[in-house]
Design a protein around this ligand. Structure first.
Ligand code: SF4
Ligand code: SF4
Ligand code: SF4
Length: 396
């Protein structure tokens, strides 16, 4: 076989490998999105953990409250902190690779991006003059919501969060509870058909948080300028509009570690993932490490009983708060709970609920979410009633 034929065969094999790496990445992202969506739908039917307990940003929002008051924000559980630990470890090694290789909200945008590419055959860019200042938006959103949550003791971001909204698309709580989140979700997905990763670039507070930590990441993408043919395929494919072709090492805090630039580069080993001392990793290697880390961390904490995929009942929560010597907040009442549970947990006579809400004996054990279909009150009204009742019996 001639040298030229061998070269052509090698080039073809490399291209096929790159193509399959891109497919593997996208399939993994789709599987994570499918699992996450299933958990969201299940939560509407049974007591699986809610979206806030399965989101690492819950840990960021709740951190100040935990450090200063020793409690979590309503709806947040230790699982949010465990997932945050996973994200922090990933970031320590691979910068924002959580965004490019794991986050299901990023995948949702990528799906619409692919649809947009098919329909419009091109991608649009927001001019640098607007784009760069707008990217500070996610840092502002981060600080505003973290501080407001700490000051109010509430999960302030919830009604505006497109990811929480996505998990409530099949829920009776969608309207009016998530109107703003719904508008943001629809706008994000429609815009994603034209512009890549709009929510990630401008609004996502977790993305903002990770971009601040990104410089501490150990691995980075490096370009070999001796072999680079300046084709700019990497610049064109980059969803975050980074000019990879003119950088030695990609250190931009906007890089989400999706590795698409590496998957598209026509020159073998021109773009690689490596540390400063040149230890190298393949893109599939990074993906595998992240998945193994996720399984290990959630597995260990699930076995130790700290990561709860199924929510505690109110009675269990009462016991837990008694052990911690803190009062259980009425904000922990969710749509999956019943009048009977709330009555027992807060020691409020059932008669008091009956006078306020008027329901039959059978309805005492029906979750508020289901009752909502026939009755005219929201879970929020039950929470408010409990708060007022407890306040009333505390006041002389
Ligand atoms: S920026 Fe936010 S939405 Fe985008 S991938 Fe990262 S965490 Fe997910
Ligand atoms: S520089 Fe490469 S890895 Fe980073 S966001 Fe752009 S395409 Fe993805
Ligand atoms: S895709 Fe590869 S060869 Fe082309 S400009 Fe980027 S780094 Fe250079």
């Amino acid at each position: 076989m001639s040298k030229k034929t061998k070269h052509i065969i090698h080039e073809y094999a490399d291209k096929m490998q790159q193509k399959s790496n891109r497919t593997i990445r996208f399939v993994v992202l789709l599987v994570i999105l499918a699992i996450s969506t299933t958990l969201g739908i299940l939560h509407q039917k049974i007591r699986t953990a809610n979206v806030d307990q399965l989101c690492p940003f819950g840990g960021v929002e709740s951190a100040l409250q935990w450090f200063t008051k020793g409690t979590f924000l309503p709806k947040i559980a230790i699982s949010s902190f465990i997932l945050l630990l996973f994200v922090l470890i990933v970031t320590f090694f691979f910068k924002r690779a959580f965004c490019g290789l794991f986050c299901p909200m990023g995948t949702l945008q990528e799906i619409f991006e692919k649809i947009g590419k098919l329909v419009f055959k091109k991608r649009y860019h927001i001019k640098d003059t607007f784009d760069r200042p707008l990217r500070w938006g996610k840092i502002i959103v981060l600080f505003v919501f973290v501080i407001m949550s700490w000051v109010t003791g509430q999960l302030v971001i919830r009604p505006y969060d497109p990811w929480a909204t996505f998990h409530h698309l099949t829920s009776a709580d969608l309207f009016p509870g998530f109107i703003i989140g719904f508008i943001l979700l629809i706008v994000t997905l429609l815009l994603s058909a034209l512009y890549s990763r709009v929510f990630c670039k401008y609004l996502c507070p977790l993305g903002g948080f990770l971009s601040l930590l990104s410089p501490f990441g150990f691995y980075r993408i490096s370009r070999n300028d001796k072999t680079c043919i300046n084709c700019k395929a990497c610049d064109k494919i980059c969803p975050m509009n980074i000019d990879v072709s003119v950088t030695q090492d990609v250190t931009d805090i906007e890089c989400i570690g999706c590795n698409e630039c590496i998957h598209i580069c026509p020159v073998k080993d021109c773009l690689v993932i490596q540390t400063k001392n040149k230890s190298r990793l393949t893109t599939n290697g990074v993906l595998t490490i992240i998945l193994v880390l996720f399984i290990m961390i959630t597995g260990i904490f699930t076995l130790s009983g700290q990561f709860k995929w199924v929510q505690s009942t109110l009675t269990q929560q009462v016991q837990e708060s008694q052990e911690k010597n803190v009062a259980l907040s009425p904000d922990n009442i969710t749509g999956q709970m019943t009048f009977q549970e709330v009555s027992e947990a807060f020691n409020i006579p059932m008669e008091a609920f009956k006078i306020a809400f008027s329901f039959s004996v059978e309805e005492e054990t029906i979750p508020f979410k289901t009752l909502k279909e026939t009755k005219e009150y929201e879970t929020e009204q039950v929470r408010e009633f409990v708060k007022q009742y407890l306040k009333g019996i505390q006041e002389p």
